[in-house]
Design a protein around this ligand. Structure first.
Ligand code: SF4
Length: 329
């Protein structure tokens, strides 16, 4: 297979930073929610983004969407670049990239029927003649596994899983190139999570969607992702193909995450544990930000700027001082 057949990225993020000025007592501090993240995503590809709560996943998603203003860096969507420090806006961008949120209960307007919810973006973007709107809505409902008469009902008439299907339909109605899914199954009953994951996978393949799948649960992204990025305190600490990250995890944080999910310890290396909670992004530790929790930290980990990104294999990279050594617990 040659690279010439690989489509160009539809989303390219370069050195993105999202910093907030925070007043703490008498001191002004900077909260680095996202601190120099780069990624790219091709049509039909799924990038799984994992990390604990507060690591910056949602801040990154919001900056990519243009919901918040990046401090610096570049977001390029379908070949169009937003200037550094500016919000990403405009109807064209709103069409190209859509988001599915965690809570399907608060994501739909309870006073609008599903027909009103789905037809509003069609009218706003002038995507089809008025006479074709009904057919578009029926086809879309069928695509996400709902009956056509769902269009006449209000959100309260649906279960959690059905509402998430409706949220996905609303995101797809403008025919986006990129779908950002922020914990799309974590608020759902365990029994229907797999249905929503399978639906997203099917839509990705059928429509050639680029999926950015955000989850705190490695078990969720395992089933969906072509590549996985692991985020800790605003930075990617490991990124690679799903098989590289899951079978040959290099970063102690990745290994600890894997060890915490039953049945996911695919590596032959020993289990690594981490201790305590993630520190506040307002007061990141010196050196490697993971060192207070790392089971294999050495002296060099506790001071300085912290490790840079190192290439381990093609497409597989991580940020740790001990990558050249065998990391054992
Ligand atoms: Fe652990 Fe040191 Fe590697 Fe950080 S740099 S992950 S503290 S071994």
């Amino acid at each position: 297979m040659t690279d010439t057949k690989v489509p160009p990225p539809v989303l390219r993020v370069t050195d993105l930073q999202v910093h907030y000025a925070v007043r703490q007592g008498l001191q002004n501090r900077t909260l680095k929610a996202v601190d120099g993240v780069s990624l790219s995503l091709r049509p039909g590809e799924c990038l799984g983004l994992v990390g604990e709560s507060g690591c910056g996943k949602s801040s990154l998603a919001q900056a990519i969407m243009g919901i918040t203003t990046p401090t610096s860096g570049r977001v390029e969507i379908d070949g169009v670049t937003a200037d550094p420090g500016q919000r990403i806006g405009g109807l064209a961008r709103a069409r190209a990239i859509q988001m599915v949120f965690q809570d399907p209960y608060s994501s739909l307007n309870p006073r609008m029927t599903i027909r009103q919810t789905l037809s509003a973006p069609l009218h706003l973007h002038k995507l089809c003649p008025t006479g074709d709107v009904e057919d578009r809505i029926r086809a879309l409902l069928g695509r996400v596994g709902l009956e056509p008469d769902a269009a006449d009902r209000y959100p309260h008439a649906f279960s959690g899983g059905q509402r998430q299907r409706l949220c996905i339909a609303r995101a797809l109605v403008v025919e986006p190139r990129i779908l950002v899914c922020d914990e799309p199954v974590s608020a759902l009953d365990v029994s229907i999570r797999a249905q929503i994951i399978n639906l997203l996978l099917r839509l990705k393949d059928e429509l050639g969607l680029a999926l950015l799948m955000i989850s705190h649960d490695l078990g969720v992204v395992e089933h969906m992702s072509d590549r996985i990025a692991v985020m800790y305190l605003g930075r990617f600490v490991e990124e690679g193909r799903w098989d590289q990250v899951l079978s040959q995890p290099a970063h102690p944080y990745t290994r600890a995450l894997l060890a915490s999910v039953p049945g996911m310890q695919k590596t032959g290396a020993g289990r690594l544990r981490m201790t305590g909670e993630a520190p506040s992004a307002l007061r990141p530790p010196p050196g490697c930000a993971f060192h207070p929790r790392c089971a294999v930290a050495v002296g060099a980990c506790r001071s300085g700027e912290g490790p840079g990104i190192a290439q381990l294999a093609q497409g597989h990279q991580a940020r740790c001082h001990l990558l050249d050594e065998k990391v054992t617990a």
